[in-house]
Write a protein that binds this ligand. Structure first.
Ligand SMILES: Cc1cc2nc3c(=O)[nH]c(=O)nc-3n(C[C@H](O)[C@H](O)[C@H](O)COP(=O)(O)OP(=O)(O)OC[C@H]3O[C@@H](n4cnc5c(N)ncnc54)[C@H](O)[C@@H]3O)c2cc1C
Length: 461
């Protein structure tokens, strides 16, 4: 090892710095298996170690990229041969659970699924949830302001964080471990680190907001004949379920038909044939009355013609089977090779016109190789495309992005609903943010990281 790495190993202890084959053994990104390239992977155990590492790197101008579970889908953790990856994998302590104040204090490397378990063990719920829960770390989820399956009810990661501790590029520890819902004493500094993809500081600890465990869960998959029925269905459910709607996931036929075709993996409640399917979920405090209301609301929607058919989950296993269809991204990764993932948002009334326009242009341009699937947390205006045009060529992939993002502009949509910008969407930031917004982002970056060592080149240049 070289002198810097020797110094860093002295900070994190023997075995805390990985180099060579140990670095290459790790995949560089979740969607691709190519090996990680980095000067080293450094694995601190405490905030103090992170502070000492950054202080040293800041002095030398050594670039540092924070690493959680590496499940981001936008090349946000991609490194070159000179970069150091600062992995939070040894910072996995659940420090405390406050059952009176309903908070949990954690280190940044705790996997999201472990946060859920610890909350459940304490009789509470942590409501940030998405498919990568087993691998994504809470610090990564906060750094990307992740969304997921229950945003419509509970909000994104930002709404689940009461306090944060972060280390600035020069090693300064900013401890803002607030535990109250309300605290307007000056600037809310934690927001600097939420959704900023490790470019302004390294999150080391967090105070998370827990919610009451709701005993009753009602879930259904419904089939819909016309897109025009979906916005009134969403608004109607919002009102008639009295604010208990917690998921509204729309699957276009191209998604549903592709995923459910393999009957060894899935036993879908409807045969293919409808253009849209909606996974609906409602959470409440009384199973009997909530289930009755849920059924009555869906019966009304059937009668009014907003939905064409409905399958209500009668058990936890049936609920899981419905979610397994929605969450079977693994199957699409197998089928749509080489895969491209998109995550945009736009007003819900425009989503189908937009999606149809994108799919039409992609099919025209790559008539033999384009295959796409469309789905999303549409209750949040969030649409995903998982697709392939059969090519890994960078220019071809850029041409796909041009189409997806150009088509979005007339609707005033966002090129990133929840995954962030990373490296992949950097060239398109100007599609969704004004010059003055980007200039202010750069001002903040220069103030907090004057040597530009934190996740360089990501989000903007
Ligand atoms: C199957 C699948 C489903 C997904 N579903 C959703 C979904 O429904 N909703 C959604 O929002 N996202 C979803 N995602 C993507 C989501 O953004 C990530 O899963 C998660 O938020 C990132 O966490 P991570 O620990 O893997 O972070 P990483 O990928 O390791 O890092 C992400 C970014 O955060 C930075 N970072 C990581 N840790 C820290 C830290 N401690 N301090 C500062 N910066 C840090 C990194 O430098 C990088 O810029 C999904 C991903 C997959 C693979």
């Amino acid at each position: 090892m070289d002198e810097l790495l020797d110094d860093l190993e002295a900070i994190v202890g023997s075995g805390g710095v990985l180099t060579g084959a140990d670095v290459a053994a790790r995949p560089a990104a979740w969607l691709r298996g190519d090996p990680t390239v980095a000067r080293a992977i450094v694995r601190p155990r405490t905030t103090e170690e992170v502070s000492r590492i950054l202080s040293r790197c800041h002095a030398l101008g050594q670039t540092v990229v924070a690493l959680g579970g590496n499940t981001n889908l936008v090349d946000a953790t991609l490194t070159g041969a000179d970069d150091i990856l600062l992995s939070m994998e040894r910072m996995t302590a659940i420090e405390s659970v406050d059952t009176v104040g309903a908070t949990m204090t954690v280190q940044a490397g705790v996997p999201l699924a472990r946060v859920h378990e610890a909350a459940n063990e304490a009789g509470f719920a942590f409501t940030l949830d998405f498919g990568a829960r087993g691998s994504a770390a809470i610090g990564g989820a906060i750094s990307t302001n992740a969304g997921g399956n229950a945003v419509i009810r509970y909000g994104m990661a930002r709404e689940q964080v009461l306090g944060l501790e972060a280390v600035l590029a020069d090693g300064t520890v900013v401890s803002s471990m607030n535990r109250m819902l309300k605290n307007n004493a000056g600037y809310d500094l934690k927001q600097l680190f939420i959704g900023t993809e490790g470019t302004l500081g390294i999150i080391t600890r967090a105070v998370l907001r827990l919610r009451p465990t709701l005993n009753s869960l009602s879930s259904a998959l419904v089939a819909v004949e016309r897109y025009e029925s979906i916005p009134p269905l969403l608004n109607g459910l919002g009102a008639s379920l009295g604010g208990s709607l917690s998921a509204f996931e729309v699957l276009w036929a191209d998604f549903y038909d592709t995923v459910t075709a393999d009957r060894e993996r899935h036993n879908p409640p409807f045969e293919p044939g409808y253009p849209f399917y909606v996974l609906i979920e409602s959470r409440g405090g009384d199973q009997a009355s909530d289930a009755a209301r849920f059924e009555a609301v869906l019966a009304d929607a059937l009668e009014s013609g907003l939905i064409a058919d409905a399958a209500i989950a009668g058990s936890g296993a049936q609920r899981q089977a419905l979610w397994a269809i929605r969450d079977d991204i693994d199957r699409l990764v197998e089928l749509l090779d080489p895969i491209m993932a998109f995550d945009v948002s736009l007003p819900i009334g425009d989503a189908e016109t937009y999606a149809a326009g994108v799919n039409r242009r992609l099919a025209e341009r790559w008539p033999d190789t384009f295959r796409g699937t469309t789905f999303g947390h549409l209750g949040d205006g969030n649409l995903h495309f998982l697709l392939t045009v059969g090519s890994e060529d960078k220019a071809e992939q850029h041409a796909v992005m041009d189409i997806v993002y150009e088509e979005l502009r007339p609707y005033g949509g966002s090129i990133s609903a929840e995954h962030g910008i990373g490296l992949e969407k950097r060239d398109y930031l100007g599609h969704s943010r004004s010059d003055s917004e980007i200039a202010l982002m750069k001002t903040l970056k220069a103030a907090l990281d004057p040597n530009g060592i934190l996740n360089p080149g990501k989000v903007f240049v």
